[in-house]
Design a protein around this ligand. Sequence first.
Ligand SMILES: [Zn+2]
Ligand SMILES: [Zn+2]
Length: 418
Amino acid sequence: MNPLTQALESGFASMAPELQGIYEDLHRHPELSMQEHRTARIAADYIERLGYAVTRGVGVTGVVGVLRNGDGPTVMLRGDMDALPMDEDTGLAYSSEVAGVAHSCGHDLHVAWLAGAARVLSEAREAWQGTLLVVFQPGEETAEGASAMVADWEGAGLPRPDVILAQHVMVGPAGTVTYRPGVILSAGDSLQVRLFGRGSHGSQPQTAIDPVVMAASTVLRLQTIVSRETSPLDSAVLTVGALQAGTKENIIPDEATIKLNMRTYDDAVREHMLEAVKRICSAECDASGATRPPEFTTLSRYPLTDNDHDATARVAVAFHAQFDDAASEGKPAAASEDFSVFGRSWNVPYVFWFVGGTDPQTYAEAVRAGTLDAIPSNHSPRFAPVLEKTLETGLQAMLSAASAWLCIPGSGARQDPA
Ligand SMILES: [Zn+2]
Ligand SMILES: [Zn+2]
């Protein structure tokens, strides 16, 4: 245990009802990406009362709290705030009261964790030294929020951190944490491609440039990027999830639209695939004699989450000291986050990890029965982390990780008296 989790242990019983209250309130009142006005106000008011210097409206609805506590490293803790455009089906007493919007990714828990960590750090100032940045980020689900905050950062006069830390609740036994040096989340890229032909009567193809055939051929050839251009030792996926053209069987339309999504685990593979998508689409248009080149639009872009090795090693030591065997190294997940935008933009090391949110008994039974896939995961309408244990573990994890920078020997901060 470190001085920060020690402070948590003595205060958790008195803090838990307040944090559960915040969590349940946010869960009842979810807000969509970049519209988290109420959530941001609750978070900002809370840390302002704790003595943080608070800047609101950083990246539309983002909130940054700064707590200066002597010489030492600047540590940034980040939690995202947005909910998803979907209905909830958990049957919980504190289910969403907003039709078509639900906290099915657990970002309400992330806000509660961050608020709780901010409280412990403000109350136990004798236990650490440095500067703390508490960052409530909007718009993770649309990959807009981190970039929007970075764009406003300098203008708001905010300091840059030395390290950036964040965590996500996932399926896994409550009480456990999973970290990974290097890549932990895939990069995700979504593109729209418009292919231009020349419309005509279905009976006179010689007068047309058929965008339906052009699109069909393009979709097939795009599948060769993973199967023929990517090493079998690299993982990647490319899915064309939408293909639209035409209105009626005897009209050759003017154009076709393709929407595709890619996931990659290596920046070089990602760049090669993006280049290959453009090359193949352009060449297929040329092959058809298209009237003009294809038009590419980026629908969303999530960079690779590639944890810094040295910083992750420090976090891992702190986790094992706190959790023993309940902390373990995991595999990369096929999900994406915009969290790394902060570290990439500023060239600052970052660490992202997972906290289990499933009832441990339910999880163990599912392992025995081989039904792990049936446990509702993030983005399921039935996703419902068990509250108290997950809340406590997330707080312990965030404070342990922060202690690896804020409570280092020789920094002047008090060391673990045990
Ligand atoms: Zn999500
Ligand atoms: Zn999420």
